[in-house]
Ligand binder design. Sequence first.
Ligand code: FES
Length: 95
Amino acid sequence: MKASELEEGHISTVDLNGNHLLLSRIGGEVYAVSGTCTHEETDLGLGVVLEDRVVCPLHLSQFELKTGVAVNPPATVPLKSFKAKEIGDTIFIEV
Ligand code: FES
């Protein structure tokens, strides 16, 4: 996706090499974590953003978008985090 399409405080999902990824832009930087909740495999792309966290739409666990850390139960396992960088209008993710 084009970097300019990912607005501040928003999320977007992309499937890359068999990975379902959740991209976000927080504080101007692009971050990438796994886009599937570690509790019951819900698509976090359907969740809502709350400051720098995504809220799972099924049982409301929150995950830090920068690190993937699970903030509250029922999810306890963090999301996998991927290196992301922006070059020009393109987002590159190391998977
Ligand atoms: S499926 Fe995400 S918290 Fe349960």
